[in-house]
Design a protein around this ligand. Structure first.
Ligand SMILES: [Zn+2]
Ligand SMILES: [Zn+2]
Length: 373
């Protein structure tokens, strides 16, 4: 069938919306008509070509849509079902078996390679193969191919545009605090960076009933947003020694620091914010992919610090995404306050606004009626 996709023909070039051919789903595949898809920081990293993907490439990994067709082995969803797309996992390795699919042995191959394990792709354009299995979906497209492992079936009355960003960014922030760090009621939390993931971590801190939530963020507008969403204090890293500023608020240090900045200077300061037995959780990808963490070893031993990397907020999507959907519907997860919608045709504008910081969380809306399905 023919679909309409935002193609990246070369690294660091604008997207071109163009017709593509999508194959009939393989036995284990699901064809989804995309209604909405969020833009996440990872899309921007892969758009540069730094991850070595073959181009042309279709990005997009926060899709939400309606199942249009299923392969012969699929039982989890049927045509007409509304679904949320999320990251892919193998379902049979040790991590998947212990409900930690974000650390699946095959995570890199299934999510980053953007092609099937055998090197093929279900999408072609102009006689060329298009890399279109990014995060098991490549949902910057009117239609995407997913698998049972990376879809969650939604209630029939679900608002797809509202729920789309749950698939990566929001679950990373909320899950990072609730699941990865396991913040308990009364604990203290610093969130570094007030982008979509950081603000979601603030929301996670509210849900965890943290006694003190501090957001460190350079943009005044985002600091205000952080306070409106439940942060108790905000710090501008441009005018303050952040570790000293945190200790002025919580003299013994905080139990948890959640870093979305990936800045080695910010991470060095984060160590100075931790209380004894405190944990630093890292989700921010540094600009230099080979950057190393400046960790004072004696302090780390003396105070029993834990440092851990976090992927997708340790989400087990089949369990965690329905929880987040329910929280959103009850008004307890108001991430919609930092979402801005763009027509699919304005994807380049949406990327520009995401890069510049003019927009916190961009979500693209696809006009299904205009697609050529
Ligand atoms: Zn696995
Ligand atoms: Zn993402």
């Amino acid at each position: 069938m023919q679909a309409r996709a935002a193609l990246l023909n070369e690294p660091d070039q604008p997207f071109t919306i163009a017709p593509v051919e999508i194959d009939t789903p393989e036995p284990d595949e699901i064809l989804v008509r995309i209604a909405a898809v969020g833009i996440c920081h990872t899309d921007m990293i892969f758009a540069t070509g730094a991850m070595g993907n073959a181009f042309p490439l279709i990005l997009g990994h926060e899709g939400a849509g309606t199942v249009e067709a299923i392969g012969s082995e699929v039982t989890k969803a049927a045509p007409g079902d509304k679904v949320l797309l999320t990251f892919a996992s193998c379902g049979h390795c040790r991590q998947c078996a212990s409900h930690n699919p974000a650390y699946c042995d095959e995570f890199t191959a299934l999510n980053f390679a953007a092609v099937r394990a055998d090197g093929t792709s279900p999408v072609h354009a102009g006689g060329r193969q298009v890399s279109a299995r990014f995060f098991g979906q490549s949902s910057f497209s009117s239609h995407a191919i997913a698998n049972e492992r990376n879809i969650v079936v939604l209630p029939g009355d679900a608002d797809l545009a509202a729920l789309a960003p749950l698939g990566c960014g929001i679950q990373t922030g909320v899950g990072g605090v609730l699941r990865s760090l396991g913040a308990e009621p009364g604990s203290t939390l610093v969130v570094m960076g007030g982008g979509a993931v950081g603000l979601s971590a603030v929301l996670g801190g509210v849900l965890a009933d943290c006694a003190t939530i501090i957001l460190i963020e350079p943009r005044a507008g985002r600091r205000e947003l952080g306070l409106a969403l439940g942060a108790h204090h905000v710090i501008d890293p441009g005018v303050a020694d952040t570790a000293a500023a945190v200790r002025a608020l919580v003299p013994s240090g905080v139990n948890y620091v959640f870093d979305t900045s990936g800045s080695t200077a910010a991470l060095a300061a984060a160590i100075g914010m931790l209380a004894p037995r405190g944990t630093l959780g890292m989700v921010g990808i540094p600009g230099a992919l080979d950057a190393v963490l400046p960790l004072p070893i004696v302090a780390a031993i003396t105070y029993g610090f834990t440092v851990r990397g976090i992927i997708e907020g340790d989400s087990d999507p089949g369990v965690f995404l329905p929880e987040l959907v329910a929280l959103f519907r009850k008004g307890r997860l108001p991430y919609d306050r930092f979402v801005r919608y763009y027509p699919f045709e304005q994807i380049n504008r949406a990327f520009q606004d995401s890069r510049s910081g003019a927009c916190v969380k961009a979500v693209l809306l696809l006009d299904a009626a205009a697609s050529t399905s």
